[in-house]
Every structure is written in C-alpha cells, then in structure tokens.
Design a binder for this molecule. Structure first.
Ligand SMILES: C[S@@+](CC[C@H](N)C(=O)[O-])C[C@H]1O[C@@H](n2cnc3c(N)ncnc32)[C@H](O)[C@@H]1O
Length: 229
C-alpha cells in the first residue's frame, strides 16, 4: 500500500454474539464511559496523529447531522470508515433499523480493541484494516452493496495515492443511489472523490471541535466514473 500505517493488522470482530437476526435487538448501552472514550481517543491521536486527525471525538451535534445527512433510518447496509472509539458508531446504531447491519472499518488495532470491549450491538461488525479494502471486507462478511458509506478518516493527512484508492473503492462499492458522506476539517476529500462521484452537497457543523464540513455524494444511475484528468 506504500504507507506503513496501512499495512497493519487486518482482522475482524463481530461485536455481538451472533449474526444479526431478523428482528435484531436495539443497541445495548455502551460499557465505555465518555471519559474512557476521550482518553483512548487522545492516546490514539498522540500515537498516530496523521491517521486520527483530531484530538477529541465528534460531538453529539455532529453525530446527529451525520445521521440526517446519511438518511440512516432508511439504510439496511451501512459502512463506517474510521469509527475511532465508537461515539459515531453508537449514534449510527441508535438510528439504524433493527434489521440493518453496520460494518465499521478501523485502521488502528487499539481502537478496534476499544470498540470490541464495548460489546455494542449484534448488528455491528468491526473490521481492522484500511478503508481501501472496503470491497474485500464486504465480501468477507457476506454483506451486500452498502446504501451508505460514512467516513471520518482524514483525507488531508494521508498519502494522496491512499486517498485516491479509498475514493475509488467507495465509488466502486456503492450502488446507484448510494450515498457517501464524509466529514472533514479540510476539503481534500472532495478533490479525491468528485472525479469518481461528481459534485457533493456540503454543509457545515459549527458545534464540533473543530467545526467540520460535511460532504454528501449520491452515486448517479450511470455508476462510478473513472478519475478525470
Ligand atoms: C477523526 S477520527 C474519527 C473517529 C470517530 N468516527 C469520530 O468521528 O469521533 C478518524 C479515524 O479514522 C481512522 N483511519 C484513518 N485512516 C484510516 C483508513 N485508511 N482506514 C480505516 N480507518 C482509518 C483513524 O484511526 C481514526 O479512528
């Protein structure tokens, strides 16, 4: 992959005890306190600042904006890229349908372990690895094309080749009408994704540290385009 961070462990944890049943149970309360989340997040940032990209997790306002923008209540298959310590993951699970499933792909084995310890919900699978491999991970977990992919990974600090591969991989796995929602401090994600998915809609969440731009692409009926220029 050309970047040591993206060569780390790749393994998965089904966070609940069984595959999602037809009428899955709602998300269990988290075993992690907000302070344990914040401490683990800061430790992760200090260890891998370029990959984590932020010193504290997203705010509840940010989480609510993502749920709305992604149309999560309607989705049946959801992919989260970069769940971190799981605040966004818990908010997504709370909003999602009882039959929906969430694949969370996290590069950091430490964050993956932190998430696994929380035993969040049987609808959740946490996969350790890079977002570049989203298609492989969906196949591995026998999940269909996602209705929505939500990403908090920092496109501005990763190698350009990795960012391009992630944008291409997301565009490839989305079905026509599928959404890609990315929240970022800087607009780099748009530079990488627009060649594949066209122009995004944008909004700004001020009640977050730092304030974040939220980009949303909807894949057109013609499917993904190749990079232009
Ligand atoms: C800004 S944090 C977002 C955490 C959480 N979703 C939130 O909003 O609070 C970015 C996360 O992306 C992860 N990450 C960075 N590059 C990644 C990649 N290529 N594949 C998967 N996860 C990645 C980091 O380890 C980190 O957990």
């Amino acid at each position: 992959m050309g970047h040591p961070a993206h060569e780390r462990r790749r393994d998965s944890v089904r966070v609940g005890s069984a595959p999602a049943p037809a009428a899955a149970r709602p998300a269990r309360p988290s075993l992690a306190s907000p302070w344990a989340d914040k401490r683990a997040f800061l430790a992760g940032f200090l260890q891998h600042p370029r990959e984590v990209g932020s010193v504290i997790p997203s705010s509840p306002w940010m989480e609510r904006r993502l749920v709305r923008t992604a149309g999560l209540t309607e989705a049946r298959t959801v992919v989260e890229l970069g769940p971190g310590t799981g605040g966004t993951t818990r908010a997504f699970l709370r909003a999602m349908h009882a039959d929906a499933r969430l694949l969370a792909i996290e590069l950091s084995p430490e964050f993956r372990d932190h998430l696994a310890q929380q035993q969040l919900d049987p609808r959740l699978v946490v996969q350790c690895g890079s977002a570049e491999q989203v298609a492989d991970f969906l196949r591995l977990h026998k999940m269909p094309a996602p209705d929505v992919v939500i990403s908090g990974i920092p496109f501005s600090t990763m190698p350009a080749a990795v960012a391009d591969r992630i944008a291409a991989a997301v565009a490839e796995v989305l079905p026509p009408g599928g959404r890609f929602v990315a929240y970022q401090l800087r607009p780099h994600v748009a530079r990488f994704t627009t060649p594949y998915l066209g122009q995004p809609s944008r909004s700004l969440e001020l009640l977050n540290i730092p304030p974040m731009q939220v980009f949303c692409w909807t894949k057109g009926p013609a499917g993904a385009r190749g990079p232009q220029g």
